[in-house]
Design a protein around this ligand. Structure first.
Ligand code: ZN
Ligand code: ZN
Length: 275
């Protein structure tokens, strides 16, 4: 059994209906969390999970909308753990530095709680594996590989390919189409892609928003990548700008123009289960 849950489908633009970027993959008793956007721990709880139950956190890149609640994942895992449980964190080069700084930020709180709870005799900790191209995480029948993606000037960034029992899930993160993305998506049963509507963004008179046009996949890009990869199902997430109610079909149609498989615009806690 393989399940994909889009925990948070938002972008940096606040949207009360969409938590920050985060996707949960559950397979063969393993739970892998991809990215840690805002409110990820709330959405994990809604999906019947907890930081303590995660086997690993895998970051696609170090942009704040994908990492901001890593601190909450670390703290909540630590404070609920009956025994010391370092959190495995996988991500592109730079992840160790992010984790070190996050733990440093938490130092005061760690002190308060350790002073108050006599049985809490350890600090929160993480085991970090930095990866750019190759095996990201592996245990039992679950294997995750990483490939470089293109979100420049943000670099390095990675996408992940989860393989279990002949099934494949691709978690792309923020990227324009590129060879690494094609590799992780090849033959995917589920391809999760963060997307942007360039036609809508171009109409917003904000120079800062115009800047994001050139480093995200559009819906059409995602559709073309899915078609090239021979994917079965394309899941659009992290839509920029947040879709106005009633316009969801436009996002799906823009991708479906280039891809004959199933296309979904994900909402928070949308899920799909594969046998
Ligand atoms: Zn990004
Ligand atoms: Zn993002």
């Amino acid at each position: 059994m393989l399940e994909v849950v889009t925990l948070g489908t938002g972008s940096p633009i606040p949207d009360p209906q969409r938590a920050g970027a985060a996707t949960l993959v559950r397979a063969d008793g393993v739970q892998l969390l991809f990215d840690c956007g805002r409110a990820v721990v709330m959405r994990l709880a809604a999906a019947g999970s907890l930081p303590l139950l995660l086997d690993a956190v895998l970051l696609t890149h170090l942009h704040s909308d994908h990492t901001t609640d890593l601190a909450d994942v670390i703290t909540t895992r630590w404070i609920m753990a009956p025994v010391e449980s370092p959190l495995p964190v996988v991500g592109p080069p730079g992840t160790q530095r992010l984790v070190d700084r996050t733990l440093a930020m938490l130092a005061d709180d760690v002190g308060y709680r350790r002073d108050h709870h006599a049985d809490l005799t350890w600090d929160p900790s993480c085991t970090v594996h930095e990866v750019h191209d190759g095996v990201a995480w592996e245990s039992g029948g679950v294997r995750v590989t990483a490939a470089p993606t293109d979100h420049r000037p943000v670099a390095p960034t990675v996408g992940y390919r989860v393989e279990v029992g002949g099934r494949v899930v691709a978690i792309a993160g923020d990227t324009v189409p590129c060879a690494g993305l094609d590799r992780i998506c090849a033959g995917a049963d589920v391809y999760v892609q963060t997307v942007l509507r360039d036609d809508l963004v171009r109409g917003v008179p904000s120079p800062r928003l115009q800047d994001v046009l050139d480093y995200h996949s559009t819906c059409a890009d995602a559709g073309r990548t899915a078609a090239r990869a021979g994917a079965a199902r394309l899941v659009l997430t992290h839509p920029v700008p947040p879709p106005a109610p009633g316009t969801e079909g436009e996002w799906v149609a823009a991708a479906a123009e280039h891809f004959a498989g199933e296309v979904v615009l994900a909402h928070d806690l949308w899920s799909v289960t594969l046998d």
